[in-house]
Design a protein around this ligand. Structure first.
Ligand code: GDP
Length: 196
């Protein structure tokens, strides 16, 4: 499986520092604590891959993981760390906007949301951008193991219903990094976007 080939490539603070804009890239976004690192590690079958993103100093960067010469995953800066001042936060916002607006090889965006706290302000921001840009979006509803199956399923259906008029391609699924549920569905979506 290609995802299992993932290895850390580089961090970039600005769009200029990103790897050459070619091939196919899928980016992961989410509020901090949404379960983004755990999901990336689970999907790539690597215990500590995305922990690099949490090394102090790397949290505000775009972190690139290479799958092969033409394919990459990107860990976008988590949003909502309490300890960050307003100026730094605005700077992240600008780099994120810049990346999303200018990156040609970006074929899809994975937005991770804790099943107990879906559709917060940051998520709305990403949804709006996806709508504007016509960028396909895949929602990973994380930590699904925290709810009983019926409650998890009904949260998923509610989210789909809320977003049914989203003007860009949008899919949503349940995911649990701890239980390992939802991997097949996520791999299929990523494979599609990465043209594997
Ligand atoms: P990030 O800040 O978005 O990268 O979030 P992390 O991956 O570091 O996860 C934040 C917290 O949620 C950690 O304590 C994880 O152990 C926990 N967590 C992540 N994914 C899951 C999951 O699928 N199920 C449960 N129960 N906890 C999870």
């Amino acid at each position: 499986r290609l995802l299992h080939q993932a290895h850390f490539l580089k961090s970039a603070q600005t769009v200029e520092q990103c790897p050459p804009d070619e091939g196919f890239e899928v980016a992961f976004a989410g509020r901090s604590n949404a379960g983004k690192s755990s999901a990336i590690n689970r999907l790539t079958g690597q215990r500590a891959l995305a922990r690099t993103s949490k090394t102090p100093g790397r949290t505000q960067l775009l972190n690139f993981f290479e799958l092969d010469e033409q394919r990459r995953l990107v860990d976008l800066p988590g949003y909502g760390y309490a300890k960050v001042d307003k100026q730094t936060r605005m700077q992240w916002q600008r780099h994120l906007d810049d990346y999303l607006a200018r990156r040609r090889c970006l074929t899809g965006l994975v937005l991770l949301m804790d099943i107990r706290h879906p559709l917060k302000d940051f998520d709305r921001l990403i949804l709006d951008w996806s709508a504007q840009a016509g960028m396909p979006l895949h929602l990973l509803i994380t930590k699904a193991d925290k709810l009983k199956f019926g409650a998890a399923k009904s949260t998923l259906l509610q989210i789909r219903k809320t977003l049914k008029d989203h003007p860009a391609p949008l899919t949503a699924q349940l995911f649990s990094a701890t239980a390992g549920t939802g991997c097949d569905e996520a791999w299929a979506r990523l494979g599609d976007w990465l043209r594997v």
